[in-house]
Design a protein around this ligand. Structure first.
Ligand SMILES: Nc1ncnc2c1ncn2[C@@H]1O[C@H](COP(=O)(O)OP(=O)(O)O)[C@@H](O)[C@H]1O
Ligand SMILES: [Mg+2]
Length: 251
């Protein structure tokens, strides 16, 4: 394992500075910076189209920024390919899970393990955390519910032994009780060396587990800090881009 123990809590593990990302003419991110510490759960929130997925995909190496830099542990990985970043511990659970539907649960996990780093996470540890998966490991993932698929996607990322786990809208399309159950596992997953960066449209759930957050609006950071230091009104204003009127939607 790495030598980062004492200093890990204060040295940012993941740093992005001044990211501008273009989709054709559109600047999906404009001068966005973010810094995530080891062991931390960090939330990025924002409305549909705010640039959340673009940010995660850029951190994972799926988009090349027009300007800006991404560092892990001080190492500039801005030009590194996705597979290389996975081996460096930057692992994305993409929006919409993207499992291999014709493969079994176990085969999906094995793909994650094969592409990842060595470390304390393996199939057994994932099966210990989500015991239903062990019993059903020979089932094709296309037979699973959305919530079950999301958990398998999370497991597939964990067996790659991420240092920075990027979760893109894990709550999308899932019943609140399922979302809550998945979120309840995050504190036991994060910690030690691993940082978890959750991206959500649904502010409530993400804010509950996150030590710090950042709000995006139309590709820009509009608010950042610790959830308890900001009122619902402030967060709504940052989320919607105006004060007061959105009071029913983001709480
Ligand atoms: N591959 C793409 N090509 C063109 N435009 C894109 C692409 N991906 C995202 N966008 C646009 O970039 C903006 C940010 O999208 P996205 O990062 O998916 O936001 P979010 O995840 O917050 O909903 C949106 O306006 C979206 O339509
Ligand atoms: Mg998205």
């Amino acid at each position: 394992m790495s030598a980062h123990t004492e200093s890990a809590a204060t040295t940012p593990l993941l740093v992005a500075e001044g990211l501008t990302v273009l989709h054709g003419q559109l600047a999906a991110l404009r001068d966005v910076s973010i810094s995530v510490n080891a062991g931390e759960i960090f939330a990025v929130v924002g409305a549909n189209g705010a640039g959340k997925s673009t940010l995660l995909r850029t951190l994972a190496g799926l988009h090349r920024p027009a300007s800006g830099v991404v560092r892990v542990d001080g190492v500039d990985i801005t030009t590194h390919a996705t597979d290389q970043r996975v081996r460096q511990g930057v692992v994305l659970v993409p929006e919409g899970r993207r499992l291999f539907p014709s493969m079994t649960i176990e085969e999906n996990l094995l793909v994650g393990a094969a592409n990842g780093r060595r470390g304390e996470w393996n199939l057994d540890r994932v099966y210990d955390l989500f015991s239903w998966m062990r019993d059903r490991r020979k089932e094709k993932t296309s037979h699973l519910s959305g919530g079950e698929q999301q958990v398998v996607a999370l497991g597939r990322a964990l067996v790659a032994n991420p240092r920075v786990l990027l979760l893109d809208e894990i709550s999308l399309g899932l019943a609140p009780v399922i979302v809550q159950r998945i979120y309840q596992t995050l504190p036991s997953i994060a910690g030690g060396d691993m940082a978890v960066l959750v991206v959500e449209q649904d502010v409530t759930q993400a804010m509950r587990v996150a030590a710090r957050f950042q709000c995006l609006l139309e590709g820009r950071t509009t608010l950042a800090g610790r959830p308890q230091d900001h009122t619902t009104e402030e967060i709504e204003a940052a989320y919607f881009g105006f004060g007061g009127l959105g009071s029913a939607a983001a709480s």
